[in-house]
Ligand binder design. Structure first.
Ligand SMILES: [Zn+2]
Length: 495
């Protein structure tokens, strides 16, 4: 069944799947290329030299223990030293930190592109963070800050989020230099501070504010916002993330004069707030399908079967079928792609066991579809609560972030690299429910795509958790993927 493309974007990309996987009895999954020929299943990995180099870098980054309290300057300096030892000049590599936060260091390296073309193209910028979430030795089976290999796995804080990817990018920059590669346009890698913490020294935000020229680009790739999924040992998809839902938090409050609990009234603030929250819990915000989400469902349907497949295809169409929307709204993972969500996260109220409450408060946390405004969401919330005595205030204001255009050229570049390495894998345009540093680059007007190939198990994700790990094979594949991706992206026309 042909997929009907919902927008002007990406006609080429999704009209036919890159390949067809069929379940044949007794054989398991067999994947065929577009021509119907069986594709080799051999794993394509980094060379032993690159693998060793990346492993050493990862080991040092983990050992640097770049948690919020320690900062990332040591890691940034270590990477700069390696790049300079790998023939980058001092002009090309810089370690920078805000004066007030000297431990929040960032490293920026630039590989200069061809200068003789006359019309100089704007650079491509790759961003990633050097900081990690803290981890306690007693919670882990291994020392979180010592890279440990066991049974084909590499354990350590930051292996998947995202020191492993940082190591792969540094290795790529070293390899390109060694090969004498001269890109069409400058390639910039910025590895930065404070992505994980709510600090004041976020490296991407600071670089954009204070050193814009150093990282200005016409295209940004952020591996931290990419997703590569594996389930039951089978690689499923890579995402090319174009957008993120916007974080927005409201405070709700009801007050009353109170009184003795032996004389209950209809004005009890806890009761009134509870009634409002109950209405909110049963409310679905209006369906809002972005171009990216339509493409996501069109692609994602290739991994499903039966009703779910049909429903995903239905919502990818211009006029989605309401029954399909209803069914997909019942599952958390699909519901969050269809609409803005708001949910209660905190509640408090009352002051004594035997007093009528004078105050009740709740926190309502929303994740807003790009394109909707804070005012729109607030108005909707007011309508749902149906009670003017519930005062609404803004706790965390929305930082509206645009969707980067779902670009067929980007998707095709990623797909062509991925297809050669993993014929069974599809590439999905994606909108994330969470936020990354892409919020800063998109808000600065730089189209940004989250792309990564460090495959993570959908049923065993350990980022920020205990015994964080990546597989040795997955790491070696990621190193090679990054190298090929950087070269493929360099070939793209910049317009
Ligand atoms: Zn991260």
């Amino acid at each position: 069944m042909p997929v009907q493309i919902p927008s002007k974007y990406n006609q080429k990309f999704l009209q036919k799947p890159l390949l067809t996987c069929v379940l044949s009895l007794g054989i398991g999954f067999m994947c065929l290329g577009p021509s119907g020929t069986a594709l080799a299943q051999q794993s394509i990995q980094a060379s032993p030299e690159s693998a060793t180099q990346a492993r050493d870098i990862l080991r040092d980054l983990i050992a640097a223990k770049s948690i919020h309290a320690n900062g990332s300057t040591r890691s940034a300096q270590m990477i700069a030293d390696r790049l300079i030892a790998g023939s980058y000049s001092h002009d090309e590599v810089q370690v920078l930190a805000p004066k007030e936060y000297p431990t929040k260091g960032n490293v920026v390296v630039r590989m200069r592109g061809k200068r003789d073309a006359g019309t100089q193209e704007k650079p491509v910028l790759y961003i990633g963070h050097l900081d990690v979430v803290d981890a306690k030795r007693e919670d882990w089976n291994f020392d979180p800050f010592t890279l440990t290999e066991k049974d084909g796995w590499l354990y350590g804080r930051g292996t998947i989020d995202m020191l492993g990817q940082a190591a792969a990018y540094v290795t790529t920059m070293l390899r390109l230099k060694k090969e004498g590669f001269i890109p069409q346009r400058d390639i910039i890698l910025a590895l930065t501070a404070d992505e994980e913490a709510e600090g004041n020294a976020n490296g991407v935000a600071w670089l954009l504010k204070e050193h814009k020229a150093l990282i200005d680009a016409s295209l940004v790739i952020n591996p931290d916002a990419g997703e590569a999924a594996i389930k039951n040992g089978r690689k499923l998809y890579l995402t090319a993330q174009t957008s993120e839902k916007v974080f927005l938090t409201f405070g709700l409050e009801v007050t009353d004069k109170g009184g003795h609990s032996s004389r209950p009234t209809a004005h009890n603030p806890i009761d009134r707030l509870a009634k409002g929250l109950h209405k909110l819990s049963g409310f679905n915000f209006p369906l809002h399908l972005t171009d990216t989400v339509k493409l996501y469902f069109a692609g994602r349907s290739n991994l499903e079967s039966g009703q779910k497949k049909a429903d995903m295809l239905a919502v990818s169409l211009a006029k989605p079928d309401q029954a399909a929307v209803r069914r997909l709204s019942q599952e958390v993972e699909t519901n969050i792609m269809l609409r803005t969500t708001c949910t209660t996260t905190e509640i408090s109220g009352g002051h004594a066991e035997n007093a009528l409450p004078q105050r009740a408060r709740a926190t309502v946390q929303c994740r807003v579809i790009p394109g909707e405004s804070q005012a729109q969401v607030e108005a909707q919330l007011r309508k749902v609560l149906q009670d003017d005595s519930i005062k609404i205030s803004v706790i965390t204001a929305a930082k509206p972030t645009p969707e980067s255009p779902p670009s067929p050229a980007i998707f095709n570049a990623v797909a062509s690299v991925a297809k050669r390495m993993w014929p069974e894998v599809i590439v999905l345009p994606n909108m994330s429910a969470g936020a990354s540093d892409s919020v800063f680059t998109r808000n600065a007007g730089l189209p940004t795509y989250g792309i990564d190939a460090m495959f993570d198990d959908l049923d065993d994700s350990r980022a920020h958790g205990r015994d964080e790990r990546i597989s040795v094979k997955g790491f070696n594949e990621e190193i090679e993927f990054v190298y090929r991706l950087v070269k493929a992206i360099d070939k793209l026309p910049s317009k």
